[in-house]
Design a protein. Structure first.
Length: 158
């Protein structure tokens, strides 16, 4: 028996999502996203619950999930900060800005703040080189970053 149980609200959303697709397995990414957003982690028990909804094995869910960097097997902060480290961002100072952000938050890259508010990671590419350097906080993209802009963004988050 799985230790993860979809809430009543999640069950409604799961049914709505699955109904949109001709094949249940096609709902995999939206279900992983639903769990990740609500729980801030996709636990092995959640993978089992998803596999039951999609009539596939938990191993299949895990194999799909492990391909994408947006899903996590360890709990992340309320705000997941991803810094682009690709060439355009590198040329525009992302390393210095990433270091500034880590110092401001009092953590290292890959860590979560003690209050579980922020997790800081590198991301290979955020696909908007025209606004380099960039970062993504949850689903919001911020470009043309400076130390001041980063401070404003972080200070604005509750």
């Amino acid at each position: 028996m799985s230790g993860f149980i979809f809430s009543e609200k999640q069950e409604k959303e799961v049914a709505r999502i699955i109904a949109k697709y001709p094949f249940k397995k096609s709902a995999m990414l939206p279900l992983l996203t639903l769990v990740q957003r609500d729980e801030r982690v996709v636990s092995p028990d959640a993978m089992v619950a998803i596999s039951k909804k999609l009539d596939c094995s938990p191993a299949y869910v895990q194999s799909v999930m492990s391909f994408y960097t947006m899903y996590h097997t360890e709990k992340v902060g309320k705000y997941m900060i991803l810094f682009c480290i690709n060439i355009s961002c590198q040329l525009n100072g992302c390393d210095k800005l990433l270091e500034h952000t880590a110092k401001k938050l009092g953590i290292k890259v890959g860590e979560t703040t003690g209050d579980e508010k922020f997790t800081l990671h590198r991301e290979e590419c955020l696909a908007d080189c025209t606004r380099a350097p960039m970062m993504r906080v949850n689903d919001t993209y911020y470009g043309d970053l400076t130390e001041q802009r980063i401070d404003q963004v972080l200070d604005s988050l509750d």
